[in-house]
Design a binder for this molecule. Sequence first.
Ligand code: HEC
Ligand code: HEC
Length: 313
Amino acid sequence: MYRKIIFICFITVLSLFSKELITPIPLNPDFNYKKALLGKKLFFDKKLSHDNTISCASCHFIEDGGDDNLPVSFGIDGKTGTRNSPTVLNARYNATQFWDGSAKNLADQAKGPIHNPVEMGSNFEEVILKLKKEKDYVNEFSLLYKNGISGLNITDAIAEFEKTLTTPNSRFDKFLRGYTKALTQDEFNGYKAFKEYGCISCHNGINIGGNLLQKIGVLEYYSTDDFGRFNITKDSNDKFYFKVPSLRNIELTAPYFHDGQTKTLKDAVEKMIKHQIGYLLEDKEVENIIKFLKTLTGDTPKIIKDTNEKINN
Ligand code: HEC
Ligand code: HEC
């Protein structure tokens, strides 16, 4: 109960202080270029997995929504996990990482898949040994980090690369910046419905999500074997709490929800209405909300390039 009160207060305070609960993605995100270049190399390097078959990019397609379009991902030896791969695009703007919010930032998150037996199935010791055999890595790390190749430095560089993966300039962001013609009437009505029916009470902020943990099945039970946040805290109040996902680029990241069991955006929106909102919406309103959600697709991130082919100049 106290959680609900805190949550309502939070939203009220938020709406008092800002005209819009959603803010646009900055056009020029800050990041350390050289570290990001090293991070890019690591992100695409299969040596981060035990049998050299899987890289971060195997489950996060940067140029196609930042996820892998599968219900659940395949790791080494064809092993499968239990959760849907969320997007890495704009992940820098999430308050926490993972469906259960169990990683506090991107560097902390990147440890996870390297060690996860059904993902990359490796560990820092093994990865460091492999990277130390490569002159380029040894040089690059020692130029950027005092103590050269280490677990923390590997994840720091990867996080820096992920900071480059933003998708500015969606039509909705243009609208927020004052270009009212960026949305059609239907899309605008969809945004209005999104606010009026309270979708925005959970999906808000720069990522239109990513800043809260909330229960799936507030109004009607959602059937899942995954207890979400409870698995981390063992607090029964946390059962079925998941990170409210970002809705940016949502048309590109099917299937949906932590279990990846919902194939279309229409089904996802209808489930949200049923489980989280509890109103009966007209078909046209649902259609408009979907049209609005499709205006949240921004520019595909340009994968940074090293124009001099070297990190050390
Ligand atoms: C085998 C597939 C797979 C591989 C390989 C993989 N990921 Fe993921 N990634 C996932 C899945 C599945 C999740 C969600 C897991 C969860 O929440 O329990 C996830 C979550 C994330 C998140 C959190 C996003 C959010 O919104 O919570 C980030 C960031 C991320 N991965 C980056 C990486 C990086 C960096 C690497 C490489 C070091 C990597 N991933 C390797 C499948 C994969
Ligand atoms: C009480 C909070 C809450 C409200 C209200 C809410 N959502 Fe959600 N939404 C969530 C949570 C939590 C998830 C993730 C649930 C999961 O995967 O188990 C989610 C997931 C989604 C997804 C799937 C995203 C993905 O990447 O898988 C979409 C689409 C979505 N919501 C749209 C909406 C729309 C549209 C509305 C209004 C009709 C709405 N939501 C209202 C909390 C909320």
